[in-house]
Every structure is written in C-alpha cells, then in structure tokens.
Write a protein that binds this ligand. Structure first.
Ligand code: ZN
Length: 247
C-alpha cells in the first residue's frame, strides 16, 4: 500500500517547492507521508532540458522527503482539462489516497496553473464516483476514493489566505529544495550562464522568495510562513487549539 497523507500537485516541476515546500518538509518531519505530482516536464520553459529538470525534481523530492514524485507528462504551456488527463489524476488519487491535496489557486498568472486547478477539482470529484472504473499500476481495479481537504497554495497572484503555516524552522531546507532546480533559479557557480534570463534566474529571486515568506510570517507572528486558500470549509474541535499556542 502506497497511501500518503498529503499529495501536492503542481503544473511545473518546481512549482510545489516554491509555493508549499516548507509546509511539506514540516509534514515529513512530523512523520506524515507526502507525495508530489508534477503535471508537465517543463519542456516549454525558457531554461533547462527535460532530462535535467527531471533530475532536479528528483533531488528536490529527496530534500523534501517525499515518498514519491510522479509526472503526468501533459503538454507544458498548453495544459487542458481533457478526460484523459482527469482520469490520469483520478488514478493517482485512488492509488495514493491522500487526505489533503495541495494545488494551484483558481486565479493565476500562468494559464497552466489555472488549468491544473480545474484538473484537480474535476479529478477530486470523479475519483469518488463508483461507476468510474480505473485500474492501478498493478492492473487491478481501483476503489473509489475522494480526498477530504482541498487547499490552494499561493503562486504569482495574491489571494486573501484562509490560513498560514509556520515554516520558520524549515525555511533553510525549503531554500535547498528550490536550489535543486538550478537550471531555473539563480545558484552561483551551478546555474548555466548562457541561457535566457527569467524572473527566477536573477539573484533578486531569492530576496523576493524570502520577503514573501517573511511577510506571511509577520501576519501570524512568526519568522517565515506559507499561505493557503481553503476550498473545503474548516472547523476546529475547540478554541483550545489556539489557546495551546504561546504568544
Ligand atoms: Zn508553474
């Protein structure tokens, strides 16, 4: 049984690290099982190669401590919500049976991010339908399954977060996971210098990554945080959950 507790879905091979990498690292430290699904191989990106990006993704997954990292190999730059793409993701939901799914928000700068949002929403629903039959990697019929909680991480466009996760004690490890994508982000002495410059490949990228984490942290009185939008209504058993926290 390869079940995981949390599945993080991203459009491109470095999306998950940048937007919710700290949250995943923290979960793994606490003993929860985490897996990552990238929807494309990033072949349309201005920098890097498909093979190089796959190596970087595997290295980042190891730094995070994810138990698996899958790639749906959808077309980078033109992801669309086809029945085949939905079914591929349904198969992964039924295989990994995550209770929480992290994925892009509905309103985003990159069209692929919005498409992955829709893809996850549809796969989430279809995955619970008994009459939709799918087979797992072993060829066996899969049981219907629907994840319990859907949370969107933040990418380019901001939204009013439903909650923040304190990532202060894992921020350095998050930076290392993002640095694994050296073809995309600026890593002195490692990143290739003869490729087109992008927002991510400039040294300022690291300042911006830290500034945002620092700002989100300041919203909840900690050093660094990541922000999330809850699609599923959230409840707490008692306000004592917050009384346990020390100011
Ligand atoms: Zn992306």
């Amino acid at each position: 049984m390869e079940a995981v507790d949390v599945l993080a879905v991203g459009a491109h091979p470095d999306d998950v690290e940048m937007s919710c990498g700290g949250t995943l690292i923290k979960l793994v430290r606490e003993g929860w099982r985490v897996a990552i699904v990238d929807c494309t191989r990033g072949e349309f990106g201005s920098r890097g190669t498909v093979e190089g990006r796959a190596r970087e993704a595997a290295e980042a997954a190891a730094i995070i401590g994810a138990v698996a990292r899958e790639n749906l190999a959808l077309p980078d730059g033109s992801i669309t919500v086809t029945p085949e793409a939905v079914e591929a993701l349904v198969r992964l939901f039924r295989h990994y049976r995550p209770r929480i799914v992290l994925f892009p928000p509905p309103f985003e700068r990159h069209p692929d991010h919005e498409q992955v949002h829709q893809l996850v929403r549809r796969a989430f629903f279809h995955s619970g339908l008994a009459k939709l039959q799918t087979r797992g990697p072993d060829g066996q019929l899969q049981q219907p399954y629907r994840p319990r909680l859907l949370f969107c991480y933040m990418q380019a466009y901001e939204f009013q977060p439903s909650f923040y996760v304190d990532i202060s004690d894992v921020y350095e490890q998050k930076v290392r996971a993002v640095q694994a994508h050296a073809s995309q982000v600026y890593v002195p002495g490692v990143s290739p210098e003869n490729e087109p410059e992008t927002v991510l490949s400039r040294p300022e990228f690291w300042e911006l990554l830290e500034l945002r984490a620092r700002y989100f942290g300041s919203r909840i009185g900690v050093r660094y945080a990541e922000a999330f939008l809850a699609l599923t209504p959230l409840g707490v058993p008692t306000l004592g959950v917050w009384l346990q926290q020390r100011d």
